[in-house]
Every structure is written in C-alpha cells, then in structure tokens.
Design a protein around this ligand. Structure first.
Ligand code: AHM
Ligand code: MG
Length: 333
C-alpha cells in the first residue's frame, strides 16, 4: 500500500516550490476544502431533509425556514472566504452583484474568488451528481480598499488557481495552480481529501460526446453536422461514439477528464450567448482542461482569452479532449 498524501500535506509541499509564497493561496485552498466537506455532508443528507425532516421552504421546529441546498452551499463558502482573511471579495452564481467584504482584514486580502456553489441545480432533487466550481484571482485594486467590479472581471488566463468539487458516488476535489492538475478523493471515515488522481491528463481523444440534444434543432448547422459525425460509422473511430449527458457540468467534465470526450453547450436561437457562465463555470474548467492537455473554446475562440464585460456573462462552451474539440471547431467554420 502506498503512503496516503492528504490535500493539506500536498498543498504545503507545493507551497515550498514557490520561493516567495506567503501561504495565503494555500490557506484559501484549505478553506475551500473545509467548506466543501461541510457541503458534501449536507448534500449526502439532501433526501432526508426533503422527505423526512421537512421540505425546502417549510418551517422547521425552531420556526426557521429550511433553505435550498444551493443557498446553503453559497452561504457556507461565503462564510469560509469572509472569515479566512485572504479574500477581499467574491462573486457567485447565487448573488446578482459581487460582494466586497467590509472587515479591515478582508480589505487587506490579496485575492478574489468567483464560484458556483452548487452547479447542476436540476439534479439536486433527483439524487444525481452535482458540483462546486471555483476560480481564484489576484485583486487589481489596491490592498486595504474594498474589492471592485474590475477585480472580478478578469480574463481567464489571469487565474491563479481553479478547481471543482464533484459530489458524486464519492466526493472529489480537483484543482490546478497552473502546474498540472491533481485530484483528491474524500475519505469520509477520516474526513480528509486524499491524493487519488495525481497529475491528471485528459486523453487526447475519446469516444464520448455530451450535449443536450433536445436543443439540436435550435443550433447552427455546424453543430448538427458534428453530432451526425459523432453518430456515424464514417468518423475517426469507424463507429458511433457514445452519447452521455448528465446535465451536471462538473460531472460531465470530470468523466471526460478521465475517459476522454467532448462536452458541448453551444449558442442556440433561444439562448444566443449559450447557457453557461464565463466567470465561474467556463473559465475555471477551461484552466483545468488546458492544464490537463485538453481544450476549451467557444467554438471560435479560446475561452481563457475572453475579456469579460459582465459578472454573469454567458458563452458557448466546447471543452474536452484536444482532438475532439478541434474537430468540432473545424466543422463550425
Ligand atoms: P445551473 O447553474 O443552473 O445548474 O445550470 C448549469 C447546468 C450545467 O451543470 C449543465 O451542464 C447545464 O446547465 C445543463 O443545462 P440543460 O438542462 O439546458 O441541458
Ligand atoms: Mg451553475
């Protein structure tokens, strides 16, 4: 049996690689790990809360209203970031505007975090995998002042670190600081994330495509052509690919990381900008995809090169194995 390396140990070891590291980024990653363990525990109890302890929106015995799981997760992460002291502000899918933390310690924080606390909301109530996605940047504004919108609207290629947590058959945390991608599985018996997937690489090609094909008639013709290519005996594999669509971005992305494949959420006539959010869904996963040897584009340009203009901006998203994303893009031109 090989030695167990916990996430904590791994983060500390990696910190030593950076000569000027002050430990702040390491502390943020630790805070995320702790918050995600709490969320994982709550996710594991979700059915009990709904069907035995009382439905969401109902009032519990203390007269408090039961909250939805995505709101609980949002509050949990915000609490961790606000109390940590390294972060001056956050933006999240759950909040219309960004939040600038008010305490003096937080104002001196060097970083901002953008995150989707619980992605795949339609899957929460039906016991299917869901995830958390996060993206960390150095602030642009002066330390000591309140965080600004410009701190949030940075290009993906400025990310200092990014990651996701998958609440699946096990809970996994996968992250990058720009030096490869590593995955950790939560061992619930000891409450620790343990290194289970060191130096993750996305296979260059695969035979799985993931797309909501219910949208096919409202997509541009290039998408239809690509899906037909996936389903044909005339493709590069000489046999139809498998279609797999969980409808939880983190879960579909993670499967492709391990097995190879492509995930597509294009623009449609009803959602001309696509559905997924650039800042806290696409950018972090794009950073991880590239670090693992895969690609992430809008079908036309590299996601990490996009200059954001709005907090909740949406973009079309094509990500996964390099050869597959390149093929899909070639059919759009
Ligand atoms: P959400 O942030 O409201 O949960 O939406 C994002 C989710 C992704 O996890 C998933 O890939 C996609 O939306 C599924 O959308 P659709 O149901 O349109 O296929
Ligand atoms: Mg989401």
């Amino acid at each position: 049996m090989s030695k167990v390396i916990t996430l904590n140990e791994f983060i500390m070891d990696r910190q030593a690689d950076f000569t000027n590291a002050t430990g702040e980024l390491s502390r943020i990653l630790n805070d995320i790990a702790v918050a995600s363990k709490i969320v994982s525990r709550d996710v594991r109890k979700a059915g009990l809360v709904d069907h035995i302890l009382g439905a969401h929106g109902a009032t519990n015995i203390q007269g408090e209203e039961q909250q939805k799981l995505d709101v609980i997760a949002d509050e949990q992460f915000i609490k961790a970031f606000e109390n940590g002291g390294e972060i001056c502000g956050i933006a999240s899918e759950e909040n219309d505007d960004y939040l600038a933390f008010q305490s003096e310690t937080a104002k001196n924080g060097k970083y901002v975090v953008l995150f989707d606390p619980l992605d795949g909301s339609s899957n929460i109530d039906v016991n299917v995998s869901i995830g958390t996605i996060f993206s960390i940047y150095r602030r642009k504004s002066e330390q000591g002042s309140l965080a600004t919108l410009d701190d949030m609207l940075q290009k993906g290629n400025e990310q200092v670190a990014a990651g996701y947590v998958l609440y699946g058959s096990s809970t996994m945390l996968v992250y990058t600081t720009g030096r490869g991608v590593n995955g950790f599985t939560l061992d619930p018996s000891i409450g620790e994330f343990c290194l289970s997937h060191p130096n993750m690489k996305m296979p260059e090609t695969g035979r799985i495509y993931a797309m909501n094909e219910g949208n096919i008639d409202i997509c541009e013709s290039g998408i239809k052509d690509y899906v037909q290519y996936c389903q044909s005996f005339e493709n590069d594999k000489g046999a139809p690919y498998s279609g797999r669509y969980i409808g939880s971005l983190v879960a579909d992305f993670h499967r492709n990381m391990i097995k190879g494949g492509i995930y597509i959420y294009p623009d449609t006539t009803t959602s001309p900008e696509g559905k997924l959010r650039l800042l806290y869904e696409c950018n972090p996963l794009a950073f991880i995809a590239e670090q693992a040897g895969g690609l992430a584009t809008t079908g036309r340009e590299r996601v990490l090169n996009i200059e954001p203009t709005r907090l909740h901006q949406r973009v079309p998203f094509f990500t996964g194995s390099k050869n597959m994303v390149e093929k899909a893009m070639s059919m759009l031109k």
